[in-house]
Design a protein around this ligand. Structure first.
Ligand code: WTA
Length: 635
């Protein structure tokens, strides 16, 4: 019996129980039957949760890029691997076959090697959503270099801090990027970032927008001529299961971003298996995930998951509102998309526009539609179901994280009955538990608690780059012996999970994880600012927006508040990126603090939400009078 594809609900329970009782047999069989290995493992899994030390498929040898491409060539070399849909709808879409992808990745691998990149080196990839992004990632994987993709909306200082943290030797970027009717000068952002990055020896530049760029002699080089010269023959590196595959930075509730490290074999098995099941992927399906490859969703479900299954996957360069609000629906019709995977924030934004935008297009090719990144509210769920899925397509509300590598809790399409706003049941191999404040596991149904996972799964991140202690502290110390997700959840009467949101200081804005601490750090660097506190508050489209409470220094007191507000937001944009801008800024004379000096964010959150009903216990506040002042001046 094969465990790779779950056929019906009864079988789901069988596989699930097997995966809990005999995880080694379960994952071992999936791994053995569905991938190409140079050498099989000693042990399927080995772990010590207290030390946050987890290994899957120990001692096995494998190359994930070969599993994504080479092993499909005999059977489906001419099949389209990647459809590239450019920002400008009048520019022709590209269809890249598996054969062509193989050729392009091999050439790129040779260019990287010629530039001195070898196994274990870190390569920062700062590119728009163009084929070269996929090719660069896969070429790194082919030669065993560790890719660190940085979302091409981050500012120079955010890029710099990520490059510095992982000591990247190379940056791959482009002259610029097209996003809707805007273009962004990526190369000049990289130039600014590299002023602070001594580890970078070379920069490869893709020509995308044809804008003039500054090329630093001896460091910067145009990519295309190198590719033209390169051979398309390249031997893949033999990687150990636990060799790092990539680093991807995610916000934390404190300080600097965390470089989550994903390794090779476990990530491969997890993303392939979840892609196949959650989306019910079948041969000839055309899968479209609208995320950016700069986030984990793009890594796992634009590239690795689909390619490991020999699927056709879409890379879309643009935005849903350009040239108008029909763009998504037009693309679904044009490319005959069968699975469409997007985010609640995009659904809400499009649902706000006239229905005509969506009704004009044929969406009948769709089989499954999916949501990821934040809780999907009931209204958005129904709009998605009625107008996109035509009430025929199951909605897979997929809960997971950068840290988990792949989907964890989600319906299996055509298997698990869906329920609006519920991510439903854990996938086989995933053992969620809800914990109470006393750190006890909450048994039974109709309960709420902090969501933890009590047994390792193959896709879990193994560490934070350069800081295993922080990894241990962040994820394995709150509830000893368990992985803590940072999310709260409820379990309904039949055992379905609904994720209620973050229980820490991470706010999800438009599906992007933003730690409040780094934004506060950025604001506090503004010369007029003494101190600040950021909280999230509900927003119709973005899900959450940011509300900043700012104390000014004496010198800032007499300045024009409107200008200051603009300056602070510009400052955030420069330090982090436009996604972290604040919707509201209130200047205050103090912040509610405990006697130990901690800002009581709970109160600020309530004020930002406009809910003055129950501030809870304020007796530990050092300055209770400030609460009324802040409340009365709320914007
Ligand atoms: C939230 C994105 C509710 C959650 C893959 C999680 C969700 C964080 C869902 C991770 C969902 C993601 N329902 N909340 N279906 N999916 N989240 O690392 O708070 O960008 O912890 O990974 O997004 O965000 P990240």
């Amino acid at each position: 019996m094969s465990y790779y594809k779950i056929q019906n609900f009864e079988q789901y329970f069988k596989h699930y129980n097997k995966s809990v009782r005999e995880p080694r047999k379960f994952w071992g069989k999936i791994a053995e039957e569905n991938f190409t290995w140079y050498q099989l493992w000693d042990k399927v899994v080995e772990f010590d949760m207290a030390e946050a030390d987890i290994k899957w498929f120990t001692e096995a040898k494998v190359n994930i890029a070969k599993n994504c491409i080479d092993r499909h060539l005999n059977k489906r070399g001419d099949k389209t691997a990647i459809i590239f849909e450019p920002n400008d709808p009048t520019e022709e879409a590209l269809h890249i076959s598996y054969n062509e992808l193989h050729q392009r990745v091999c050439k790129m691998a040779n260019v990287l090697r010629e530039k001195g990149i070898t196994k274990g080196d870190r390569v920062c990839i700062y590119l728009p959503m163009i084929p070269e992004l996929a090719v660069s990632i896969l070429a790194c994987a082919r030669i065993g270099a560790i890719h660190s993709v940085v979302f091409a909306g981050f500012s120079a200082s955010a890029v710099a801090s990520r490059i510095i943290d992982s000591e990247c030797k190379m940056v791959i970027t482009s002259d610029g990027s097209f996003r809707g009717n805007k273009s962004i000068e990526l190369k000049s952002i990289v130039d600014e970032a590299l002023e602070k990055c001594p580890s970078v020896e070379s920069v490869l530049v893709v020509n995308r927008t044809n804008i003039p760029v500054n090329m630093q002699e001896g460091r910067d080089i145009w990519l295309q001529p190198l590719l033209d010269e390169a051979s398309d023959n390249s031997v893949a590196e033999i990687m150990d299961s636990e060799d790092p595959l990539f680093i991807l930075y995610t916000s934390g509730s404190t300080g600097k971003p965390k470089g989550m490290v994903h390794t090779t074999a476990g990530y491969m098995v997890h993303t392939a298996y979840t892609f196949k099941n959650v989306f019910n992927y079948e041969d000839n399906d055309i899968f479209w995930c609208t995320a950016d490859i700069g986030w984990i969703t793009g890594h796992s479900y634009i590239l690795y998951g689909p390619l490991l299954n020999g699927a056709t996957t879409v890379i879309f360069e643009g935005v849903p509102s350009y040239p108008n609000y029909s763009r998504f629906w037009e693309i679904i019709e044009k490319h005959k998309i069968t699975q469409f995977y997007t985010a609640p924030t995009a659904i809400r934004a499009l649902a706000k526009e006239s229905l005509e935008y969506v009704q004009k297009y044929q969406l009948s090719t769709l089989k499954v539609i999916g949501s990821v990144g934040e809780p999907i509210n009931e209204e958005a769920w129904h709009w998605f179901n009625d107008h996109v899925g035509g009430k025929r397509c199951p909605i897979v509300d997929t809960w997971w994280q950068t840290e988990t590598g792949g989907i964890m809790i989600a319906p299996i399409s055509f298997v698990t009955p869906t329920k609006p706003t519920y991510a439903t049941l854990p996938l086989p191999g995933i053992q969620p538990v809800l914990m109470d404040e006393k750190r006890n596991e909450i048994e039974g149904n109709q309960v709420v608690g902090s969501l933890c996972i009590k047994f390792p799964w193959p896709g879990i991140a193994r560490t934070i780059w350069g800081d295993h202690e922080r990894y241990k502290q962040t994820y394995f110390s709150t509830f000893p012996g368990k992985y803590f997700t940072g999310d709260g959840a409820l379990r309904d009467e039949v055992g379905y999970y609904r994720i209620t949101g973050r229980v820490d200081d991470v706010v999800i804005v438009s599906g992007h994880n933003l730690g409040t601490a780094p934004i506060e750090d950025a604001i506090n660097e503004h010369p007029a600012v003494a101190e600040s506190a950021i909280v999230g508050f509900p927003h119709d489209i973005k899900g959450n927006a940011l509300y900043g409470f700012v104390i000014l220094k004496e010198s800032g007191e007499y300045r024009d508040r409107e200008n200051l507000t603009k300056e602070i937001n510009q400052h955030i944009s420069d330090h982090i990126g436009p996604i972290a801008k604040l919707d509201k800024i209130q200047f205050v004379s103090g912040l509610p603090k405990t006697r130990s000096g901690k800002i009581m964010r709970r109160i600020l959150r309530k004020i930002a939400e406009g809910d003055y009903s129950n501030f809870g216990d304020t007796s530990t506040l050092l300055n209770p009078e400030i609460v009324d002042e802040i409340k009365n001046e709320r914007i």
